[in-house]
Write a protein of this length. Structure first.
Length: 126
């Protein structure tokens, strides 16, 4: 039973599975064990997460923008503490994207060499 108890979040918030417009937000369950409401915020709007869920797929983000996510725990109308994590959309490239980028740069360098006879080293980073 968690009636009247102020829940506490463990300082553990993480972001993963980044794309240019979405991210997976994860947090650790509050203590003591109980059924709590989790609300996360990354701007002006609060979003209620399921009471038994410790992750949220956040979509509709702007590519290249900085975000700070805050997760707050509530026990009925009793507000507990919160945890925060931050990151920038589009900065987190997958290994497949990095390999594709390097392949394109290698192909571009080969085409330039074939057409000009000049070996060109790209300064572009993947």
């Amino acid at each position: 039973m968690t009636g009247g108890i102020v829940p506490r979040m463990i300082d553990n918030c993480s972001l993963s599975s980044w794309t240019s417009t979405s991210v997976k937000l994860s947090w650790t369950a509050a203590t003591p064990n109980g059924i709590y409401t989790y609300i996360y915020n990354y701007g002006t709007d609060d979003v209620i997460a399921s009471s038994h869920t410790y992750t949220a797929d956040v979509t509709g983000l702007v590519g290249g923008a900085d975000y700070v996510f805050t997760v707050t725990v509530f026990n009925a109308d009793i507000r507990g503490n919160n945890v925060s994590c931050s990151g920038t959309t589009g900065e987190h490239k997958t290994a497949a994207n990095a390999m594709l980028c390097k392949s394109i740069l290698t192909l571009a360098a080969a085409i330039i060499f074939a057409n000009t006879g000049v070996l060109h080293e790209s300064k572009m980073l993947c």
